[in-house]
Design a protein around this ligand. Structure first.
Ligand SMILES: Nc1ncnc2c1ncn2[C@@H]1O[C@H](COP(=O)(O)OP(=O)(O)OP(=O)(O)O)[C@@H](O)[C@H]1O
Length: 332
């Protein structure tokens, strides 16, 4: 453990994304149709036990990034490295074995659960697929997982509709934990829930993370949720990382104009009504603006911002943070 790492977080990265890019489409009839560059040149690392929040408006590439890291989608370029091994170089058998160590929790637990099968059977699926238990062992593990996620083990035989939204998300978390993963991508796991339930699920994820040493990629458009759970934050805009650093530093003093606008636009307990909506709309991913992609909505934009994309560089006053803004030094 590194002296600078928070407790429970190891220094060696469990997972790395190197210059990850992913585009969609672009082939079209007679070569027509522009490709959509959903993720562009993203580098990231995640240590065992660490929680990284990925935030940005809808369509900024957060889910695509999560799917790339889980190897559910191949990158167009770049690579994912898990415990020092590049996933694209692994033989199929080893890749299958790795699958059990990386899991996903989706936004809509009802959509991701089969309405006709008992929740216990669905939680046990991964155990049986990966041959981690026989029927008796699986039943015992399901009971343990239900207890661990705050549910009644005796309810394993019930169907998903017999549970509330928050309970269904607990079931989805139990299912993701069944195979004892090291890494979980939680994609907007509380956005579909009542505000009163959101905190309970965030607290559950926080507890499980420290109890099990899970590395967590927590995708959310809500910065305040991320603040409570994550060590570090990555802010994405049109497929690129525009600011990243420790959650504490970014929330105390957001540096990129986009991060500032996002924070101002998020209602909080302290400022429920003063939140200002973000100006304008996210430009089309298929036809992004020249230069800095945020410049068309940025209150600090000037002519040089249209010329070239600013590189992601160290914050002028805090080397532990990075941001991509031509005016970083002046705005700091
Ligand atoms: N399978 C796909 N085929 C074509 N385009 C896709 C596909 N998946 C994602 N995209 C596009 O890639 C871009 C990024 O999408 P992505 O879902 O990663 O963003 P996001 O930030 O997670 O947004 P949201 O919060 O709405 O899920 C969007 O323009 C989306 O339409």
């Amino acid at each position: 453990m590194n002296a600078l790492s928070p407790p429970g977080i190891s220094a060696a990265p469990l997972l790395r994304g190197e210059n990850l890019s992913r585009s969609f489409g672009g082939g079209g009839w007679f070569g027509r149709g522009r490709p959509i560059l959903a993720v562009r040149g993203v580098d990231l690392h995640l240590a065992r036990g660490e929680a990284l929040g990925v935030v940005g408006e809808s369509g900024c590439g957060k889910s695509t990034l999560g799917r790339l890291l889980l190897n559910l989608l191949p990158p167009t370029s770049g690579k994912v490295v898990f415990e020092g091994e590049a996933l694209d170089a692994l033989p199929a058998g080893k890749l299958r074995a790795l699958r059990r160590r990386m899991q996903m929790v989706f936004q809509d637990p009802y959509g991701s659960l089969d309405p006709r099968r008992s929740v216990g059977a669905q939680i046990a699926d991964g155990l049986l697929i990966h041959r981690m238990a026989d029927a008796t062992g699986a039943a015992a593990r399901v009971a343990e997982l239900l207890r661990q996620t705050g549910l009644e083990p005796a309810h394993a035989m019930r169907l998903p509709h017999e549970f509330s939204g928050g309970q269904r998300q607990r079931i989805a978390i139990a299912r993701a934990l069944a195979t004892r993963p090291d890494f979980i991508v939680a994609d907007e796991p509380v956005s579909a829930l009542d505000v009163s339930i959101q905190a309970q699920i965030v607290n559950l994820l926080a507890d499980l993370r420290s109890e099990l040493g899970l590395a967590l990629l927590f995708i959310s458009h809500d910065l305040h949720v991320v603040r409570h759970l994550c060590d570090r934050v990555m802010v994405m805009y049109l497929g690129r990382v525009v600011e990243q650093g420790s959650a504490a530093a970014i929330f105390a003093a957001p540096a990129h104009p986009y991060t500032r606008a996002l924070l101002e636009a998020t209602p909080s307990m302290r400022h429920p009504v003063t939140a200002a909506p973000l100006p304008g709309e996210v430009p089309s991913v298929a036809n992004p603006p020249s230069g800095c992609p945020f410049r068309t909505r940025c209150p600090a934009a000037e002519s040089r911002c249209a010329e070239a994309m600013p590189p992601l560089e160290a914050h002028p006053a805090d080397a532990s943070r990075q941001l991509a803004c031509w005016r970083a030094a002046e705005l700091a």
